[in-house]
Design a protein around this ligand. Structure first.
Ligand SMILES: C[S@@+](CC[C@H](N)C(=O)[O-])C[C@H]1O[C@@H](n2cnc3c(N)ncnc32)[C@H](O)[C@@H]1O
Length: 199
């Protein structure tokens, strides 16, 4: 089954799969046997993509009940739902354990206020992104990898700086031009110690 074949039904209160969702979902690598986390699940599209790529288990998180209920309904008819744990949480507040692979399509749209929690990212669109970057590394296994979606309007350099502060490299693995911005999928993984120079 391909991710594009799955119909994702959502009520008006839940973020439907959009260009950013598809870009992130289609960039997910093979994950045979890996323990994964989908932060901010919305319709459940990223959890579906994780399972289609072989995830052994997915912890699916959102801060809204409607998103969790919707994701569960969308996933139940196509996947073994025993492989998925649904957790209501504001970012990592109620999350435990460590994960091999993590995805987040955050609210990243620059906004004056934080009114719509599926899209509004506050100043530079970075409010939720920065909170996530402060914490994600605490929930990744030593070889763990995180794919984070953001826009060129959020500043790649700022994300790379914050990643570096916690010992992570940050590189673009997929991108797409949309009107007024470029959507970017960033891969975050622990920096390897530089090889010692031999003299
Ligand atoms: C842009 S939507 C992405 C939805 C889905 N993952 C996708 O790719 O289409 C952002 C999602 O993050 C959730 N969200 C926003 N802030 C959050 C937070 N602090 N903790 C957990 N989830 C959050 C929203 O409820 C929404 O479902």
């Amino acid at each position: 089954m391909q991710i594009e074949e799955i119909p994702f039904a959502v009520p008006q209160t839940v973020y439907p799969p959009r260009e950013d969702s598809w870009l992130l979902a289609q960039s997910i690598p093979k994950l045979g046997g890996k323990k994964c986390l989908d932060m901010g699940c919305g319709s459940g599209i990223q959890t579906a993509a994780l399972l289609l790529n072989g995830a052994e288990h997915v912890t699916t998180v959102d801060k809204h009940d409607e998103a969790l209920t919707t994701a569960k309904q969308n996933l139940a008819s196509h996947f073994d739902i025993q492989k998925v744990e649904f957790i209501k949480s504001d970012l990592f507040q109620n999350v435990k354990g460590s994960y091999d692979f993590m995805v987040f399509n955050p609210p990243y749209v620059p906004s004056k206020e934080m009114k719509w929690s599926d899209t509004d990212g506050g100043k530079k669109g970075r409010e939720v992104i920065d909170q996530f970057l402060d914490q994600f590394h605490l929930f990744l296994s030593p070889e763990g990898v995180c794919y984070l979606l953001q826009s060129s309007r959020n500043s790649l350099m700022l994300t790379q700086q914050k990643a570096k502060e916690v010992g992570f490299d940050c590189n673009i693995v997929a991108l797409q031009d949309v009107p007024g911005e470029e959507l970017q999928v960033l891969k975050l993984q622990r920096s390897t110690p530089e090889e010692e120079e031999t003299s």
